[in-house]
Each structure stands twice: as C-alpha cells, then as structure tokens.
Design a protein around this ligand. Sequence first.
Ligand code: THU
Length: 133
Amino acid sequence: MNEAQWQSLYEQACSVREKAYAPYSQFRVGAALLTKRGGVFLGCNIENAAYSPSLCAERGAIAAAVAAGDRELAAICIVADKLASPCGVCRQVLFQFGTKIRVRSYAADDPQKFQEWSSSELLPDGFDLKPHG
Ligand code: THU
C-alpha cells in the first residue's frame, strides 16, 4: 500500500461516512475497502433501535466485497470522529478473510492522524476453522 492509495481510500471513506445512520450514538463511521484485484467497496455504520442488530462500517464494506465475489482483501481504511479501533466482531470478520489485511483508522478532522495495524495484529491467535469443501 502506498500513500496515494491510502489517500484515495481516505477520501472515499469520508464520503460514505456522510451516509452513516447513527441516530443513537451520533458517532459516524465510514470504511473503504481495497481488494487485491483493485476493487473498492464502501460501508457506513447502520444503527438500530434494538441496538444489537447495528452494523459497523467495516462489516458493511466487507459484505459488499463478498457479495461482488471479490473477497481477497488488501486494505481497509476507517474514518470516524476520532480514531476508532475496530470492535472485536469486526476484527474476527476481517481475520476470516486474511491475516495480512492492512487496517488504517483515521480521525475525520485530520488526515495526518491515523493508526495502522495488520488484521492479525488486531486479533492475535484469532479463531480459524478450515471451511468444508
Ligand atoms: N463503529 C463502527 O462502525 N466501526 C468501528 O470501528 C467502531 C464502532 C460504530 C458502531 C456504532 O454504530 C457506533 O460506531 C458507536 O459505537
């Protein structure tokens, strides 16, 4: 991943963040996912009155990539009000699709402010089960 690629993902994550549906937390998150084939898929958080059905931006973007048949994930860029460290569920879902996915989290007000990890740094010794077939 080079800085121009991150810049492009950052801009797309900022745009999709505007679509976030976060009436309960008011914490708006956008995610832009790059696949090894060069596909870009976007997601935003979608909250729910019953709380637990709420969807994080990261999982929305991963769902879009998988539905497009493009599931070799290279990198995901997350933009939120402040640096958002991906939740445990999103870490497990990322890990399912690769241990070397680059993950960057940015603060929306400052593209210089970010944190970066690999998917296995986010979930050391993550649960793995070889799928059947
Ligand atoms: N959220 C995300 O979408 N991604 C993260 O990495 C952290 C949390 C969402 C879930 C919820 O809608 C809101 O942010 C507050 O937790």
